[in-house]
Design a protein around this ligand. Sequence first.
Ligand SMILES: *Cc1c(COP(=O)(O)O)cnc(C)c1O
Length: 231
Amino acid sequence: MISENLDIVENNIKIACEKAGRKREEVTLISVSKTKPVSMIEEAYEWGSRDYGENKVQEITEKYDQLPKDINWHLIGHLQRNKVKYIVDKVKMIHSVDSLRLAEQIELECVKRDVEVDILIEVNVANEDTKFGLKMENVLTEIESIAKLPHVHIKGLMTIAPYTDNAETNREYFRQLKQLSVDINDKNIDNVSMSCLSMGMTGDYQVAIEEGATLVRVGTGIFGERDYGNK
Ligand SMILES: *Cc1c(COP(=O)(O)O)cnc(C)c1O
């Protein structure tokens, strides 16, 4: 079932790339495995998926120990400063940096471990009260400060678009995030690249790809509905 779902998602990604005149290699599919057991990740791994997204530090560290080391782990959920120490040397990328204070903590833990880490700046593109992330108008100033941290490398922007039944309603938000990344790229800030754009989930990844996403985060479309139960 998981490999069939992955076939479907993969095919949709191909179609979206073609439609947008982009190469398939420009887009990385991140399988969002939060709440899902290691056995399901092993199935996706068999299929060929090497990038996984988790939103809890503890879940990454547990799964990290049990799964092959060539997996790229992406932290996509809100990160508390006191948990940074558990993951800086385990993740490929932290997608959810939304303050200088958090970035400074990441810098500190990187220095201790003699590692460097790639991050994305999370943007609350629709200005939703319920979401983390910087407001559009504050992104540039925050990036200029974070860029001074030598072990933390900004690779682009990330957003969680509003929940919707109609992906088209998020097209404008994806477009705005892409434009912001182009504007920031034009500033040529040292230690800042805008090569990554993490946007699009199960409900809207095709539209996100048409608007320039380089990382799409698909959970339900691969692993099925999540059961948060009474955990
Ligand atoms: C859970 C989650 C996803 C995946 O959502 P689906 O709708 O299941 O594809 C993507 N991004 C973030 C940040 C998430 O927390």
